[in-house]
Design a protein around this ligand. Structure first.
Ligand SMILES: Nc1ncnc2c1ncn2[C@@H]1O[C@H](COP(=O)(O)OP(=O)(O)OP(=O)(O)O)[C@@H](O)[C@H]1O
Ligand SMILES: [Mg+2]
Length: 323
């Protein structure tokens, strides 16, 4: 059994003049839950459709296990459960009939069909609604049906394209818990715009921008990587009013500091700043500068970049091509 569950090799996809994927490569070992991030139009759904065998790449390869998806789509689909963006369902069907229909389409063996459906219904908490028409269900329950159809044939890999989009906060928590649970036994790749989701659910994060990979790391690394920042609150020792421009130039001159921005201060007669720095921790030099300029250091605190910061840094400044 090959060790990697997903192998994306120099994948390129062109839609007419639009280059949606540009030589995208990454690998996912078995058993991980991967967050797939990127701004609108980055190429997440395109990658997932190609991986699920629903779209042909222009060039490059997508492999699931040792199966080349484009070359052997039928074999590949047995290994894959796919929840497409917007979760298209047959509205007029009863939940149970829909699942039966999917089991048939996926060629789940007749002798195990009923058991597989029961299992998917139980895992996804659909017991109370199997007799309802899909059109009557709330969005959260529709997503559960989408997940149930994805796991019906017991695939090794789940490809979930924005599984929590459009759900209310309670439903998000429920679906997230369900995905986490499924992730115990399956490899999962999920795309999302909800960054907190990645922190709570995923062991690894891939960020793409404009069809290219810009980050591949753990959520912890992505929130601590890169430059650090200090939150600093100053007051004047003499009680004289603070001169912000002067403070700004004092702080900018501290060795190690790469940028100074205004931040929340303490209150009257005080001023707050955020100091960015690179490899060199500027705290010692900061204390010296504070003493030298007869200032009072009320607070100095190391702050961590949020995943939002990292995401924005890696994907900002991108002029989107017309969709
Ligand atoms: N069927 C299509 N025909 C033409 N262009 C397309 C088609 N599907 C996607 N694109 C373009 O390909 C690029 C990537 O789109 P894709 O849907 O993969 O992005 P995404 O990362 O899933 O975005 P979102 O976060 O909005 O879902 C975009 O520029 C998009 O406009
Ligand atoms: Mg998409």
């Amino acid at each position: 059994m090959p060790n990697s569950m997903i192998r994306i090799e120099r994948l390129t996809k062109r839609y007419g003049p639009t280059e949606a994927l540009r030589s995208l490569s990454f690998e996912v070992p078995r058993g991980q839950v991967i967050g797939f991030l990127g701004p609108n139009g980055a190429g997440k759904s395109t990658t997932m459709k190609i991986l699920a065998g629903y779209l042909q790449p222009t060039s490059g390869k997508a492999l699931v296990g040792d199966v080349d998806v484009a070359a052997e789509p039928v074999r590949a689909r047995k290994l894959i459960g796919y929840l497409p963006e917007n979760n298209p369902l047959y509205e007029e069907m009863m939940v149970v009939d829909f699942l039966r229909f999917i089991a048939e389409v996926r060629q789940v063996e007749k002798s195990v069909r009923a058991a597989r459906i029961r299992n998917a219904v139980e895992r996804c908490g659909l017991g109370g609604v199997i007799g309802k028409d899909i059109s009557q269900l709330s969005k959260g329950y529709r997503q559960r049906v989408g997940l149930a159809q994805a796991i019906l044939h017991e695939p090794d890999l789940l490809i979930l394209d924005e599984p929590t989009s459009g759900l209310d906060p309670n439903q998000i928590v429920e679906i997230r818990a369900l995905i986490k649970d499924l992730g115990k036994e399956k490899t999962v790749i999920l795309s999302t715009h909800v960054l907190s989701e990645v922190q709570s659910t995923c062991s690894r994060v891939l960020i793409i921008n404009d069809g290219q990979l810009v980050a591949d790391d753990s959520p912890e690394q992505l929130t601590s990587a890169g430059e650090g920042a200090l939150l600093v609150v100053l007051a004047s020792r003499s009680g004289a009013p603070l001169e912000l421009n002067h403070l700004h130039s004092v702080l900018s001159a501290v060795p190690g500091v790469t940028a100074v921005e205004p931040a929340e201060g303490e209150g009257h007669g005080t001023a707050g700043f955020r100091l960015r720095f690179g490899v060199e921790d500027p705290r010692r030099a900061l204390f010296e500068a504070v003493v030298k300029h007869d200032l009072l250091l009320l607070e100095v605190r190391r702050t961590q970049a949020s995943l939002e910061d990292t995401f924005r840094k890696l994907t900002a400044g991108e002029v989107r091509k017309a969709a």
